[in-house]
Design a protein around this ligand. Sequence first.
Ligand code: EPU
Length: 454
Amino acid sequence: MRSAHRRPGVTEVQRLIMEGGRRLHGQVRISGSKNAVLPILAATLLTDEECVIRNVPRLRDVAVMTSILRRLGAEVHAEAEEGEQVLRVCARRLRTHEVPETLVRRMRSSIFLMGPLLGREGRVRLSYPGGCAIGPRPINLHLKALSDLGAVIEERNGYLEARAPVLAGATVHLDQSSVGATENAMMAAVLARGMTAIYNAAREPEIADLQGFLNAMGARVSGAGTDVIRVEGVGRLRGADYRVIPDRIEAGTYLVAAAITGGHLVLLDAEPSHLESPIAKLREAGAVVTARGREIHVQGPDRPRAVDIKTVPYPGFPTDLQSPFMALLSLAEGTSIITESIFENRFKVAGELRRMGAQIAIDGRVAVIRGVHRLSGAVVEAMDDLRGGAALVLAGLAAEGRTVVEGVRHIERGYQDLDRKLLEVGARIRRTLNGAVLTRRTAILPAPPPPIGS
Ligand code: EPU
């Protein structure tokens, strides 16, 4: 049976149920960036003073990260200020340098706790992060960068054990541009002795945000946004009060929501300069997109035109918007080709889109999408890839009839209040938990972090 009760012990069955075919209209407030806040939260371990992090999205991944911080000994308090989540983190004393398997399994990106724990404690023990639905996701670049800075790393019984009584500034060459490895190297280097230069660094906006936070703590980091990042090590870091950038992938997903429904949305609190490549593709597909300060206005076309897309590191087209665009192009006039050059297995959603009537052929890293006139509602499953899950919701908004998306917990990893935000702009959508409707028009309160080890 295709249903969400597939993990033993998990009885919650959450579904998103949509009646498609409504043009969306209205305003959507964009939340803080998941991929910026996760390394920033990890970086709070670098000081024994309190850090205040603002504009923190209420997401499952953030809850897992706060569980990890608490487990390590940090105090974490969540507050709501003007509807926005603020986290106060104070890692005065750390209790342990070990991140247990249960938590690493729930968030693969916990690998970037290695850099800050090495910087602060000189040692770290972390369960070996496995692969996930979007590919094997190796960690060789992380380990090489940390070794270059003086860490001695061993793998024992499924755990990575790293020691570095003293980290020393070094030249780090990344063979491939990696967001996480760049962040890990930056966080290890800020307290290292001397100068570090990271070559072929990733240039994503989340890297610049991490640089901003580290510098607010008293670090000396420069070059983020270019492919060479320089770090001058300092003796200690202090607490900081910092606001996280808007989530460009969430924003891009709502741009597609307008485009796929032929609707008109205004995104508030967005950062248009982080979205140039997807906006260019949306215009090519026939949408009218204009930016004014922190607002993005998008008017969807009656029917999108086919476009070709290749995912590449920033500032190119982001892999995280590949699946949402696949949903859009399923309805386009003409044939589109998507080439996925970052994560090899990121076409899994194509099978579910086909169940809704999409015509998509996959050959390795290339997807050929022959646009159809209509998609039809179906029961589909968001598998272990939140962007694929978001693509199914987008398809459901445009499809004829009822779409039921199962596996909602994967989508909750990366989209705050997705159902509520869509409901407010006219979508017919509801989220159910074991059959009970959860969707409300008002914002939900911050969810308490899940219990450790659950
Ligand atoms: N890679 C290696 N070795 C490594 C690290 C990466 O070969 O040690 C390869 C990867 O397999 C991939 C490429 O390098 O082919 C780029 O991966 P990167 O390290 O940049 O990805 P990441 O840091 O693991 C972050 C985001 C992803 C996003 C990618 C690419 C976070 C927490 N995650 O992952 O976000 O897709 O960058 O932009 O920042 C998502 O939000 O849905 C998501 C998966």
